[in-house]
Structure formats: C-alpha cells, structure tokens
Design a binder for this molecule. Structure first.
Ligand code: DOR
Ligand code: ZN
Ligand code: ZN
Length: 349
C-alpha cells in the first residue's frame, strides 16, 4: 500500500447550477473522491456564471451538504464583476480570466477591460488565465505591469513553456498547470477520438510537457474535468472538454510505475504545490490508500461522473485507489462511496 495525502484539483467544472445534465455537485464530487481528490476548486463558466456575489452565494448554498469532497470556488472576470472583487476576495481561491474562446460566455479580449481586471484583482491572490499560445504573452505582460500572482491553466505548447520559463527567470510571480489529457494523449489520439478528443487547448505533443515536469517548470497537474454529455458531443455543435477526475491519478500512478515520474512528484504536483499556491486549508486525518500492484482497465461505465464517458476508455493502468479517508472517516472503499456527503465548502487560508 502507498498512502498519499488527499489530492487537490484546482481546476474542475462541476456545472451546477445551469448545466446539471452534464454534472452536479453530488456526481462531480463523487468522481473526485473516487479519483483520490479530497479538495476541488470549481470554475465559474456556467450558464449562470460565478460573476456576482449572489451567484457565488447560490453556488455555496447548492453545494452545502451535497458534496463528498471539499469544494472551493473561483470567480469569473468581466468588466462588471470587477466591482465585486473586494467583496468576494476572501471567499474564492482565484479569479479566472478567459482570454480565448471556450465553453461559456466569459471571453475577455478588449485590452482596456483586461487592464482594469488585472489592476483591480488583489495582488496577493491568484489570477488564473486561459491564454493559449500568443495570448499568453499578453497575459504575462499584463501581470508584469500590474504585479499579479499569475497562474497559467492547462499549458500545452513548447512556446508557452518557454514564456513561463522566461517569466520565472525574470522573477515574476507565475505558476502553471498541465492536464492529464495533454500528458497522456497525442494528436493521433485526437484523430482517433474525434469529438471525444476535442478540448481547449487542443492536444499537442506530450513530450514537451513531460520535459517541463522533469525540469520543474510545471507546478501542478489539474484535471480540467470538463464533462459534456455524449449527445452534446455527437450533436451539431460539439462542445470542447473532457472529464478527468477519475482517470488522472491512475494514469499518473502508471507513469510512476513506468519511471516517468515518482510518487513524490505526484504528491508535489497534486497536493503540496496546489495547497501552497492557492492557500488551501489543511484537512486533518485525510489520506488516500493506493494499491500500486493492481492492474485494471479504465471503463466509462465504472465512473461516477454523470457524463459516463472517458477519452481513456480501454486503457490499461496500474495502481488503484483502495480507500479515501476524510477527517478520520472512510468516505470511499473498494469502488464504493461510503456514507453521507461529508465535504465542506471551503474558503482560502
Ligand atoms: O475544453 C475545455 N472545456 N476548455 C475550457 O477552457 C472550458 C472547458 C469547459 O468548461 O467545457
Ligand atoms: Zn480553460
Ligand atoms: Zn477548464
């Protein structure tokens, strides 16, 4: 048995309220726990986006008593939401700024508006960007000018890695995450998977990202768990995004078995660094027991996520979550969620 601390996923889309046909707080946090995560941070790009104190409070109310893992929230950036920054800053973990087109309506492209957002967000709190390729340079320039604590979501390109390395050398406060789908799937997989391999940013060359894990440019691994139904994926306007909460840890354990990273790396990338960077409260008596010897196949029908598909269908992995303990209580054992939802809505330290 290997014992890991309760893992932290700082980038998930639990979809409630407004898109609960894709996922909700119960199914999403069940998936989190089954995947070894005891803390997840939820993104704001819902049909009813988290961009006002009222919307945030509604999320908190809806999640309370229905979550199996702890859940924290990110706030969404718009020109109008900036008036609320002082009011909500102690309740959320980060501000999410969408600088490229993706799911939802939060895209911000106007440089003047972006400047106001970067200027107004508290400097000691994480400002997360969805900024692909060339756009990342704009985000870094804005963060440099405004002294922000910048976090780059889902890096996927060598050019992005280079920009982040440069910014780190220059002493900027910058961190970044990589997703399991960008680490374990290639452009060929994208062709094979069709709409089920479509996400923003798209799949690129994983070798670049593994190198950046080895040289410690990458600070954390996040799932970017972004469930959509099969019907939506197969429909006329397939949305971008793939689920990931239940497949990320088994894939990482398999990579550890293959020598691509160590168990200590997994702990640093999925617990210690996310906790430090996002000021996540410590969970007492909380851990995840892994049996590293079990080989099994990832199948969608065994998943707790409501969308019931995975781009990793049929993949052989080694290393399984046996038991999850949250604050002294067993909440997951041998594939089953145990007991009532014991997760809490959390705010940063
Ligand atoms: O693929 C993605 N899906 N990328 C995003 O940035 C958003 C996400 C979603 O919410 O579906
Ligand atoms: Zn994104
Ligand atoms: Zn996302």
């Amino acid at each position: 048995m290997i014992t890991l601390p309760g893992l932290i996923d700082t980038h998930v889309h639990l979809r409630e309220p407004g898109a609960t046909h894709k996922e909700d707080f119960e199914t999403g946090t069940s998936a989190a726990v089954a995947g070894g995560y005891t803390t997840v941070l939820d993104m704001p790009n819902n049909p009813e986006p988290t961009i006002t104190p009222g919307a945030l409070q509604r999320k908190i109310n809806l999640a309370t008593k229905r979550i199996y893992s702890d859940v924290g929230f990110h706030f969404g950036a718009t020109i109008n939401s900036s008036q609320y920054f002082q009011q909500i800053k102690d309740k959320v973990f980060g501000l999410k700024v969408y600088m490229n087109h993706t799911t939802g309506t939060l895209l911000q492209e106007d440089p003047k508006i972006l400047q106001i957002i970067f200027e107004k967000w508290p400097k000691d709190k994480v400002l997360m960007v969805h900024a692909e390729g060339e756009t990342l340079q704009k985000a870094i320039d804005l963060a440099r000018k405004n002294n922000n604590k910048l976090h780059v979501c889902h890096v996927s390109l060598a050019s992005e890695i280079r920009l982040i390395q440069q910014a780190k050398v220059q002493g900027l406060s910058i961190s970044c995450e990589v997703t399991a789908h960008h680490l374990f799937l290639t452009k060929n997989d994208a062709k094979r998977l069709g709409v089920f391999g479509m996400m923003r940013p798209p799949l690129e060359n994983p070798d670049v990202l593994w190198k950046a894990i080895a040289d410690r440019t990458i600070d954390m691994i996040a799932s970017d768990h972004a469930p959509h139904t099969k019907e939506e994926k197969l429909g006329p306007n397939p949305p971008n995004g793939v689920p990931g909460l239940e497949t990320t840890l088994p894939l990482l354990l398999t990579a550890a078995y293959e020598g691509k990273l160590t168990i200590e790396d997994i702990i640093r990338l999925c617990h210690t660094n996310p906790a430090k960077i996002f000021n996540i409260p410590v969970q007492k008596d909380t851990f995840v027991e892994i049996d590293p010897t079990i080989r099994y196949t990832l199948y969608a029908r065994r998943l707790y996520t409501k969308c019931k598909w995975t781009p990793f269908q049929g993949k052989r992995v080694k290393g399984k979550v046996k038991r999850v303990v949250l604050r002294g209580q067993t909440i997951f054992k041998d594939g089953e969620i145990i007991g009532n939802p014991r997760g809490k809505v959390i705010s940063p330290l």
